[in-house]
Design a binder for this molecule. Structure first.
Ligand SMILES: C[S@@+](CC[C@H](N)C(=O)[O-])C[C@H]1O[C@@H](n2cnc3c(N)ncnc32)[C@H](O)[C@@H]1O
Length: 212
């Protein structure tokens, strides 16, 4: 199946515009952490409203940021204009992205839950990364136990419809490894207390390389 070039999801665009304009310090710190030390040309997959842009270190030469939802892209373009590094926002899904040359690094944050075929996207990202390059990720991941059950229930019912195709019960790091990346530094944590009945709490934040 050919991936669409753009997405049209007005409800999610409204929800994400609200959420991304009310981010906590905790979340902003994770974004900063995910981008620390990056250099060269960077591909940021599904930039949303551009919440990461302010946190790129000045060692980054250029960020190419495909965002397929026009309402979010409009806001991302405003964020790009005040970013500390040059950012080009592109009207495209990552699957349909026309990239002339591979990137030094690729950034995924809160996006591998939302793409239709994460295994295919990760294989594509592998080819879009230079040998020796780095995939940085900050992603919600599948939990075990009661939260895992809650995630499966949410994924089968309302969650993807409300949150732009977000699937909470994905084994993202396993998929990263299966695509050929070698996971290096990586850590798990929770965004919310254990008692909070929220499907998206456990996250993985890490770096995976394409072997040289
Ligand atoms: C939950 S938002 C996260 C946005 C941003 N990455 C962040 O960290 O704030 C998920 C984003 O992925 C985008 N998206 C969904 N499918 C995509 C695809 N196939 N290619 C690129 N972006 C996609 C959505 O439009 C949305 O902006």
């Amino acid at each position: 199946m050919t991936a669409p070039q753009t997405l049209d999801n007005p409800l999610f665009a409204r929800i994400w515009t609200y959420l991304s304009s009310h981010e906590t310090d905790w979340l902003r710190d994770r974004r900063r952490e995910n981008l620390a030390g990056l250099t060269g040309r960077v591909l940021e997959v599904g930039a949303g409203t551009g919440s990461n842009f302010a946190f790129y270190p000045d060692t980054v030469a250029e960020v190419v940021a495909p965002e397929p939802e026009s309402r979010l892209r409009d806001i991302a373009e405003v964020s790009a204009a005040s970013a500390p590094v040059p950012v080009t926002v592109v009207a495209s899904t990552v699957e349909a992205l026309d990239a002339a040359e591979p990137f030094d690094a690729i950034v995924c944050s809160l996006v591998l839950c939302s793409v239709d075929r994460p295994e295919d996207v990760l294989r594509q990202l592998f080819t879009l990364l230079k040998p020796g390059g780095e995939l940085r990720y900050f992603e919600h991941v599948a939990s075990g136990g009661a939260r895992g059950g809650l995630q499966r229930l949410a994924d089968a019912t309302f969650w993807p419809r409300l949150f732009g195709n977000c699937h909470t019960h994905r084994n993202i790091e396993q998929m990263i490894t299966d695509a050929g990346f070698v996971v290096g530094a990586s850590r798990r944590g929770h965004q919310f207390p254990a008692w909070a009945p929220v499907p998206v709490s456990e996250f993985a934040l890490g770096s995976a390389g394409r072997p040289a």
